[in-house]
Design a protein around this ligand. Sequence first.
Ligand SMILES: C[S@@+](CC[C@H](N)C(=O)[O-])C[C@H]1O[C@@H](n2cnc3c(N)ncnc32)[C@H](O)[C@@H]1O
Length: 493
Amino acid sequence: MNTIAESTYDELPYEDFAFFHTHPGNLAAVATLCGLRPPAVAACSVLELGCGAGFNLLAMSQSLPDARLVGVDLSRRQIEAGREMAARAGAANVELLVGDVAALDGALGQFDYIVAHGLLSWVPADVREAIFRTCRRLLRPDGIAYLSYNAYPGWHLRGVLLEALQFHAAAGGPPLERVRHARAALERMAGEIAEQDSDYARVLRREIDSLREDGDAYVFHEFLESDNHPLRFSEFAALAAASGLRYFGEARYGMSAAAQRGAMRRALDAVSPDPLRQEQYHDLLRNRYFRQSLLCQEDRQPATHPPTGALDSLAVASKVERLAASADAPPEYRLHDGSIMRTDNPLFAAILERLARRWPRAAGVPDLVGEVDADMAGVAMPPGAARSDVIREGILVGYIMGWWHLHAHLPAAQLQPGERPRASALARICAARGATPTNLLHLPVDLDPAQRALLARLDGTMTIGQVAQALNISPASAAEAVRQLAESYLLVA
Ligand SMILES: C[S@@+](CC[C@H](N)C(=O)[O-])C[C@H]1O[C@@H](n2cnc3c(N)ncnc32)[C@H](O)[C@@H]1O
């Protein structure tokens, strides 16, 4: 039993957060592109190992009300907090259990998807090995497991920060006090380094800059836990193989070696034809420090390229917004992550324009291909290439680049508000607490206080006019705000 994890996570629990890439709708999309036949998502079963207070599963239950969602964690305090939240949110399909992931027997049954986010690197070696065995035993034949972990070589550089933080935090005291003391000491230390223009000073300053964005709980568990074991990808793949599992890709599909194009593709091909060696080399070329790796049972046969038809079973559901542009400049688009994109490439321009016109409606890939095909009727294609194949490759490349998401499952969202709009109970609870709600696409939605106050009231019993009256705002501005919440996938059908 890992008692260290039990005590520190009881004392300083993680903040509530949902992780987009762990959602079965994403895992199934990636597995499909990797040539596997993942379990159907809507009524699937999910086991989350080291689930903390279970917020990821609670957020999933909004989009997967017919799934079986089970979470296990050592920390009693976190599980109890999660159960209380599940009861308040009416998430009857979420089951949270206090337990050691290394000691799970078959009593829970088998699962279509197993998720362990932020667990593997934070446990001792024997628990790490047991996690692979648990995945092997509890994963259905076509199931998919997601394991994230800190990786080398990126962690060699982050280790500089870890060493300095641990030095200052060694003063003792409760976790929060240690973090605050270490943060302050580190800021001072940056100015005291002997050679201010050395590589060491530059690395440390950059790491300290990024640390300012991180919450105290994250900093404590990321840097000050006694267990933080980054892995080389090759070690990860060997542990998986030794347990009867097979690595097949990254949950961020665009981060897999197999998805690389252009100069990176050529570099990877030149070093080795072996996909696992390519993955390891890819980490060296990117100085990767974190991985979200996917496993299947060893007898499944993944493919390095998406098989014919794989893309057509998926849908794009990503916000693209066309921004006003001057007549002589190419249009600009704001993407789902807030980044701005401008392109002269007619293919990407046509895809972006179609997605912008469709939003918030999702686009099945065959429909999107058809629409873009019509828009590009006069555009010359490379000799011998079918236009529809060029468009499919464009959709895949945009997905690899992170410009839009592909989903294997679309949630039952209410995209145009009805008479009495309703948000999920979880979203309402988050909004009432001033926290960031997670939408039905499993993404956080940043709202201002006025939007949160409105969202917290949308329980399906009041008309928009009644909500406006309760909040003392004009019916027109309430209607506009509710429309925006609906477009953000925050209302349930
Ligand atoms: C780094 S936190 C990650 C929590 C959550 N998955 C997240 O990413 O926000 C690691 C979690 O694993 C739990 N944990 C550590 N060892 C465990 C074990 N042997 N069995 C079950 N849970 C464990 C801890 O209690 C903690 O909640």
